[in-house]
Design a protein around this ligand. Structure first.
Ligand code: PEP
Ligand code: MN
Length: 343
């Protein structure tokens, strides 16, 4: 940590800053320049992070040297993490990161048993590794379809197992962690809950891999700090997901922030996947954006697929048809190979 002191700081103030730092059990190194005086702090940054250093008279700025997301950082773990999803006793494991591109596909919401089984068969045949489907839907309107609840979890699990596919589903309430974790192989924290810290903590204790989606107005650092909440509870398996942030342009549902994938690669060992379905909201753009995601370094692609989008209970207009998805997977395979990864 480096403290930059105000110009014109008095000798008494400098002395006070040094004493305060040392009283925290850390070493202070004073360096006086012509225009600025700075104090380098040597020791465990965590000891001082919580201290209101900036409130000490004479301190202008506090510059941390290490990122605040210690466990999620590349410093903590210089090799990319590989996250495996699914119990091989029931399903075929899917992998994300470290050269593995994982594919998650399925409808926005679990609707009926028949439909879930039909879509599962389609996406499995196309090459997807993880089956998705929401049983608890976070809807903007309280009057919209809210999901089938526990019955939806059961349907999703059974459809997944019938195809030997692990499943992922969104969890919206910390009180449901045990129930959801019983049925599913991976817990999804959605964009609307990315900073629900109680939920992040509970999900981190569940012992299942977590899919953490970027909040719609969250920075990359916010996303990594939320991952840190989960990791700090003992779960090592977190997959991040770029699903677009709020933008001003109505041409797409959200603003697909492809650069965030490249940024995360430079800051963290955690796998990051892209979700062009929620990012663009447009089936005509989803394939191009999915390919771009893998080209830029994504460790997976999350796509909503429905066999009859006009009947879908949520997000129908952005769903890809099974045939479109199959075509896309063939192209994704080529791009993954071109960037030295396997699908
Ligand atoms: C979803 O995956 O269906 C969903 C609601 O995603 P997001 O949280 O990214 O909006
Ligand atoms: Mn959706």
């Amino acid at each position: 940590m480096i403290l930059i002191l105000k110009s014109g700081v008095s000798d008494e103030q400098v002395q006070h800053v040094l004493e305060r730092v040392e009283s925290m059990g850390l070493q202070a190194h004073l360096s006086r320049g012509t225009f600025r005086t700075i104090v380098g702090i040597i020791g465990d940054e965590d000891k001082v992070r919580a201290e209101p250093l900036r409130a000490i008279p004479g301190v202008l700025e506090v510059v941390p040297v290490l990122p605040p997301y210690k466990l999620a950082s590349l410093e903590a773990h210089p090799q990319p993490s590989i996250v495996s999803v699914g119990d091989p006793a029931w399903v075929d494991e899917a992998r994300f990161g470290g050269g593995h591109v994982g594919l998650i596909a399925g409808p926005c919401a679990v609707e009926t048993e028949e439909r879930m089984h039909a879509i599962a068969a389609h996406v499995k045949q196309a090459g997807a590794g993880v089956l998705r489907g929401g049983a608890y839907k976070p809807r903007t309107s309280p009057y919209s379809f809210q999901g089938l609840g526990e019955e939806g979890l059961r349907i999703l699990r059974d459809a997944g197992r019938a195809q030997r596919m692990p499943t992922v589903t969104e969890i919206t309430d910390p009180r449901l962690v045990e129930t959801v974790a019983e049925y599913t192989d991976m817990l999804q924290v959605g964009a609307r809950n990315m900073q629900n810290f109680v939920l992040l903590t509970e999900v981190g204790r569940a012992g299942k891999p977590v899919l953490l989606k970027r909040g719609m107005s969250a920075t990359v650092e916010d996303l990594l700090m939320s991952a840190e909440y989960i990791l700090s509870q003992g779960t090592a398996d977190v997959v991040l997901c770029e699903r677009g942030v709020k933008g001003y342009d109505k041409a797409t549902r959200n603003l697909f922030d492809l650069a965030s994938v490249a940024v995360v690669k430079r800051l963290s060992h955690l796998p990051i996947i892209v979700d062009p379905s929620h990012a663009t909201g447009r089936p005509d753009l989803i394939p191009d954006c999915a390919l771009a995601g893998v080209a830029v370094g994504a460790d997976g692609v999350h796509i909503e697929v429905h066999d009859c989008p006009e009947e879908a209970k949520s997000d129908g207009p952005q769903a890809l048809l099974p045939d479109q998805y199959r075509e896309l997977v063939a192209q994704l395979r080529k791009v993954a190979e071109a960037v030295g990864k396997q699908l």
